[in-house]
Design a binder for this molecule. Sequence first.
Ligand code: WTA
Length: 704
Amino acid sequence: MAKEEGIPVSEAQIAVHWREEEYYQPPPKFIGQANASDPSIFERFSEKYFPECFKDYADLLTWDHYWHTTLDTSNPPFWKWFVGGQLNACYNCVDRHLATSRNKAALIWVPEPETEDARAITYQELYVRVNEFAALLQDFCGVKIGDRVTFHLPMVPELPVSMLACARLGVIHCQVFGGFSGVACGDRMADSGSRILVTMDGYYRNGELVDHKVKADEAVEAARQRGVEVEKVLVWRRYPGQYVSKSPMVAGRDFFVDELLKDYRRKVVEPVSMPAEAPLFLMYTSGTTARPKGCQHSTGGYLAYVAGTSKYYQDIHPEDTYWCFADIGWITGHSYIVYGPLALGTTSVVYEGVPMYPDPGRPWRIAEQLGVTIFHTAPTTIRMLRKVGPDEPKKYNYHFKHMTTVGEPIEPEVWRWYYNVVGKGEAVIVDTWWQTENGGFLCSTLPALRPMKPGSCGPGVLGIYPVIYDEKGDVVEAGSGRAGNICIRNPWPGSFQTIWGQPERLVEIYYEKYCRNKESKDWRDWPYFAGDGAVLAADGYFRILGRVDDVINVAGHRLGTKEIESACLTVEEVAEAAAVPLMDELRGRVVEVYVALKPGFNQSKDIEEKVARAIETEIGKIARPKNVWIVADMPKTRSGKIMRRVLAASTNFADVGDTTTLANPEIVESVRRYVQSEKLAHGETPRALSQEEIEEIRAFGQAE
Ligand code: WTA
C-alpha cells in the first residue's frame, strides 16, 4: 500500500482518471446500407452459440471440402479451427471473383510521385500476374508446400501479387516491413529458414527514389551468419527493364523478376487445396531484446476471420473503394489491405508513399480522385495530418462513409478532428483494438449498431469475450474505474497458431499468467493475455491504456502514458505528446512529457505551464510533470509510433540504445542535447541508475 494525498492505493486497485466522453450516433444513411444493421447478430454471436457462431464467417469463403469440426480444443492452447476443411486462400481472393468481376479493379496502386498516374489492376490482371509469378516460384525456385519465402518489399502491387502467388502454392510467405534494415530482414529469414528472398530495386519515399536492393545483400549476409544460406534473390524492378539500384547483381544468386517472367507468360498454376490448419504466413513482431516472434497464421481460420470482420466492421461492400493507409508489412496491411478486402471482392487502394508528400493535402487528393468510400489509418498519421494540415480536408471533394483507427489509443481531441474534419461529420468511425498475434479485430463497435465514444475502442467484437483481470486474476468489474490486464476468455479463428520455432513461448507469454489449469482441455481455463492495460466503463466499452509496460508508477499510482498524453492534447497548441518516467528517489517515478506544437506556435514558458496545468486538471496533481519539453519532432519508428524509450533515456541521462529502426534518427541527438543541457542548467544532475532502472527505460514503450 502506498499513500499519496491521503488516498490509499494498492497494486490491485489501479486508479484511472479518464473523463467519460459523449456518444456519437451513426448517421441514418450509413445504417441504411450497412452489412450489419439487425441487432439479432449479437445474439447469434453470443457465448451460447460459441464456437458454432463462426460458421457465419467461414461461409463467406469457398471451400473445396467443408469442415467437420468447428473448434478442436484437444491440445490447448493450440486451437484448431474448421478441422477437416480444405481451401485455397488465393482462389478465394482472386479466382472466384472472375465470374462476376473479372474487369473490375482489385487493386488501385497510387505511386508516390504525382507525375505517375494511379494504376488499376483488375481481378483478371491480378489472376494473370499471380499465376505467372506462382509458376516462376514453383519452376525456377523449386519451392514446395510448406516452404517459407521471405519478402522485403515496399508498398507496390508486386507485394500482394507475391503473397497471393505463395498462397496459391501452399507456400508460407514472410513479409518483412520494407522500412526495416537488411539485418533485421536477414535475422527473420534465418529464423524462418527461408532460402528465397523477394525484394525490389527501389521505391519512392518522401520524394526520393530509395535504393532498396542494397538491403538484400545485408540480409543475405546476416542470414548466413546465423547459418542460413539464401539461394536466390528475386528482384522486382520499380520500372521493369530499368535498374534503379546501385547495388550490383550477384551472378547466379540475384535475378530480375521481369526478365524471368518472360518464360512464364500466361502460365496457369492450379491453386493447391490446403487444409484449413495449414500455415498461410508468418508475421514477425519485435520485442526490444528478445528474438523476434514469427506469428504463424492459418489459412482457413485466418481468412474466415478477416473476411467476416471486413464485412461487418469495415462494412466493405464489393462496390466500395476501400483505402487502408497502412503498410502491408504490418499485420493491418495483410488482414485489411490484402486478404479481407480481396476475399470480399472489393477494390483496395495501395499507396506507395508517405502521408505528407508532397504536401498534407495528398491523402485527401487521393480520396477525391479515386472516390474512396472507406478510409482506414492510424492515430499517428491522423495526428501528423492534423498538425501540419488541419484545414486540408475541407479543400477536397471526397465523402467517406466509414473510417477506421488502429494501432494505438487515440486521444479524444484527435478523434474529434478525425470525425469532424476528415470525416466531415458524415462518416462513422470504428476504433479497432487488436494485435499482430490476433489476425483481426478484437474490440470495436459494430458501426451501424453501436454509438461511437471517442478514445474507447468499444466492446469485444462478435464472438470475442474480453475480460479485465487484476494481477491476482480477479475480474475487474465494469464501471469500477480500475484498470487491469485485458484478456480474451475464448479462442477465435483469426488467432495465430504458434510462434514459429518457439511453441513454448506461446504458452509462456500469452497463457501462463492466467491459465487456471494446464491439464485442462476446456478453453474456459485458458484466457489469452494480451499485455495491454485497459479500463472497462459501465457501458461495456473498453478503453486501452497501452502496453502494460507503458505505465508510469508515481508513488503507487499507475498512470497510463496515454491518459497523460490525452491531457496534453487538450491544450490547443499541442499536436503530439509523449509521457515518460523520470526515476525519482522519493516517488519512484515522476512524469516528464515531450510535446510537439502545431505549426505557427513557438516554444514558450506559457505553453509549458498550460500543458502541466492541463495534466493536473485532467488527472490530478500526482501526474503533474516535472518538466515539459517542447521539441520540434518526436523520434518515431518507421511505422510511426513514438519511440518512448528514446525519450525516457534522454530524460534519465541513460544510453539511448539502438536507433537504427527510427524513421528520423537525426532527431534523437538534438532532443537529447537540448533536454540534458537544460536539466544541467537547472541543477538537475544525473544520478547513477540501477540495473533494474536501466532495464525499465530500455523496455519502456516496447515499440521497436
Ligand atoms: C496497440 C496492430 C489502442 C496495443 C494491429 C496493442 C491499440 C498493440 C489499438 C498491437 C487501438 C492496437 N487502441 N491501442 N485501437 N490497436 N493498439 O501488433 O497496445 O502492431 O497491443 O498490431 O498496439 O500492435 P501490433
